[in-house]
Design a protein around this ligand. Structure first.
Ligand code: GLU
Length: 312
């Protein structure tokens, strides 16, 4: 199915107005850097499978990828080990609890349940085969670039801000290690996980990440095959279950597309075989999702009837 670019541009412009007029939410402040990002920034980008990108607002402002990086390392782990190994070792269940919950670990014998919460992401990083920590980090950064663009880069400011405050994640890494669910040195895994969250991307890059999934694993802009087709459905299933934190069920109900958000203010939603839509604006709801990004994406998805649950 192809979409008319004028219609998509009009929808993106409408969505931006809806986003900008919403004054709810608050920047994440448990990572000091994120509290300093101007809260009025707002962008929407659509990545079509033919490589076209439609956008409106601050689409070229570079923000911290944060939790959305979990999709990239999960995809890399599936490429290396197969999706079934990722399901067996890490899991494919929603936790129903906040993204950094220790309680979720405790009630499941320290098994993380999904690569899309902090515990599961640290475990996933440690599961990726690499000769050493620096090579593992480079592989993850390269994979982020393949799914998005060469614009993706580590922010020393974000990384320093996170490394100096990530005590909770370090505790999670040790709990995983004690239960044999961290497959490398736990502090190395936590360090690389923190770096993968600290890369800067634009809203166009984020849309391209989703576009690579919507397009069956081929980056729609570079045309490079990044992920094998067989892993796309498992990746999207994981995103459906946990991508929007403990709001994932509501998101499936209201929007009906696999999505992933990060506390940097980015959200990406994937309409398989059609397009991906990314929104960015820093103020978050209680669960950690960008309020404006969700409103903007919902407007486009509902206008185009894109829910995967809607009988065609
Ligand atoms: N770096 C953040 C953390 O580990 C990412 C959280 C998120 O975006 O959900 O807390």
């Amino acid at each position: 199915m192809s979409f008319n670019t004028t219609q998509l541009q009009n929808l993106a412009n409408e969505a931006l107005i809806i986003g900008k007029t919403c004054l709810e939410g608050k920047n994440a402040d448990y990572i000091p850097f994120l509290a300093s990002v101007p809260p009025g920034l707002c962008a929407i980008s659509i990545s079509c499978c033919d490589g076209t990108i439609i956008h409106s607002g601050d689409y070229d402002y570079d923000f911290a990828l944060e939790s959305i990086s979990k999709v990239c390392s999960m995809s890399l782990a599936m490429q290396q080990k197969g999706s079934e190994q990722v399901r067996k070792k890490i899991g494919a269940e929603p936790t129903g609890l906040p993204f950094n919950s220790v309680l979720a670990l405790t009630v499941h014998q320290d098994k993380p349940l999904t690569p899309l919460v902090n515990a599961g992401a640290i475990s996933t990083v440690s599961f990726i085969d690499a000769p050493d920590k620096e090579s593992r980090w480079q592989m993850i950064l390269d994979f982020q670039r393949k799914m998005m663009s060469q614009n993706v880069r580590l922010s020393e400011d974000v990384n320093t801000s996170e490394q100096e405050t990530n005590f909770h994640n370090r505790a999670i890494a040790w709990l995983l290690y004690a239960a044999n669910n961290c497959f490398s040195d736990p502090m190395d895994a936590c360090d690389v996980y923190t770096r993968q969250c600290s890369t800067l991307v634009s809203c166009d890059d984020l849309a391209t990440l989703g576009g690579t999934l919507a397009n069956g694993g081929v980056n729609p802009v570079t045309k490079e095959k990044v992920i094998d087709h067989e892993h796309i459905a498992p990746i999207l299933a994981e995103m459906t279950m946990e991508g929007m934190y403990d709001y994932s069920g509501d998101w499936a109900f209201l929007v009906g597309l696999p999505g992933k958000s990060g506390v940097g203010g980015g959200v990406v939603a994937v309409a398989p075989g059609k397009m991906a839509i990314a929104g960015f604006s820093p103020p978050l709801d209680e669960a950690g999702n960008s309020v404006r990004a969700m409103k903007m994406i919902s407007h486009i998805v509902n206008s185009l009837d894109l829910s995967v649950y809607r009988p065609s």
